[in-house]
Design a protein around this ligand. Structure first.
Ligand code: PEP
Length: 250
C-alpha cells in the first residue's frame, strides 16, 4: 500500500499578515524540491483567508480547530466547519493535546469535532497521544485505545477512510524531546493494528503522522519507520528552511 507522505505545519497562535507572507514566499521558492510530498499549513483562523490567497502551488490549507456544531447559531467565538470550507480549507486538526489539556476537550468532544469536520468535507487530522506520566505508568496503549475508540464509536470505522491520525506524545510536543524512532514506530504500529482489527483496508491506507519536536535532523530516521507517513510539525514549521528540510526527509 503506497501512502503519500504528508508534512503538516501547525503554526499555533503565531504569525501576522507580514510574517505569514514572508514565510509562504520562502516556502514557495523551494516547493519544487519536495514535489512528492503533500504539504499542509495550518495558520490561525483569522489568517486562513490571507494565507489561502498566498498559498504556493502544492501546499494545501488547514485549520487548527472547528466547532462541533453543524449549524450556525449562538455560539460566540466558535467557527463552523462550513465557514472553513468556504475559505478553501481542506484539513482541520482535531484533538490537539493543547486543545485537550488547556481547553478541556474531552474524547467525546473531539469525536464530535471529527464528525462535524467530515460533514463539511474537511479531512480531520485526529491528534492522539499520551502524557509522560501515562507513558511511565505503561498506559500508552490504553490512552491511544480510549482516544481512538471515542471516534470509532461515534463516527464508525469507515470514517477513517477519509482522515489522518497524528500520534503526538504530549511529552514530546514543544519540549525538544523527540520520541525515538522505535517508540514512535511502536505507537504507530499499535494504532494501525487497532484499526486493522476493524477494517484492514482502511488501516493500510490511512496516513499516520508523527508529531513532537520533529526537526530536519531527526526527521529522516522517524520517516524511515514503516508506519510513519509524515509529520505534524509545530515550532519548526515557522521557519521555511526547517519545514522544507523536514519535508525533504519524507
Ligand atoms: C505540535 O504542536 O503539534 C507539535 C508537534 O509541536 P512541536 O513540533 O513544536 O513539538
Amino acid at each position: 500500500m503506497t501512502r503519500k507522505y504528508l508534512v503538516a505545519g501547525n503554526w499555533k497562535m503565531n504569525g501576522s499578515l507580514k510574517a505569514n507572507a514572508e514565510l509562504l514566499s520562502s516556502i514557495a521558492a523551494k516547493t519544487g524540491e519536495v514535489a512528492g510530498v503533500e504539504l499542509l499549513v495550518c495558520p490561525t483562523a483569522v489568517h486562513l483567508e490571507s494565507v489561502g490567497k498566498l498559498l504556493p502551488a502544492g501546499v494545501v490549507l488547514g485549520a487548527q480547530n472547528l466547532s462541533e456544531q453543524t449549524k450556525a447559531g449562538a455560539f460566540t467565538g466558535e467557527i463552523l466547519g462550513s465557514m472553513l470550507t468556504e475559505l478553501g480549507v481542506r484539513y482541520v486538526l482535531v484533538g490537539h493535546s493543547e486543545r485537550r489539556s488547556l481547553y478541556g476537550e474531552s474524547d467525546l468532544r473531539v469525536a464530535e469535532k471529527f464528525k462535524a469536520a467530515q460533514a463539511q468535507n474537511l479531512v480531520p487530522v485526529l491528534c492522539v497521544g499520551e502524557t509522560l506520566e501515562e507513558r511511565e505508568s505503561d498506559q500508552t496503549e490504553g490512552v491511544l485505545t480510549r482516544q481512538l475508540n471515542a471516534v470509532i464509536e461515534l463516527c464508525g470505522i469507515d470514517s477513517f477512510a477519509n482522515a489522518v491520525i497524528a500520534y503526538e506524545p504530549v511529552w514530546a510536543i514543544g519540549t525538544g524531546k523527540t520520541a525515538s524512532p522505535e517508540q514512535a514506530q511502536q505507537a504507530h504500529a499499535f494504532i494501525r493494528g487497532l484499526l486493522s482489527k476493524r477494517n484492514a483496508t482502511i488501516a493500510g491506507s490511512i496516513r499516520l503522522l508523527y508529531g513532537g519536536s520533529v526537526k530536519p535532523d531527526n526527521a529522516n530516521e522517524l520517516f524511515a519507520c514503516a508506519d510513519i507517513d509524515g509529520g505534524l510539525i509545530g515550532g519548526a514549521s515557522l521557519k521555511a528552511a526547517d519545514f522544507l528540510g523536514i519535508a525533504l526527509a519524507a
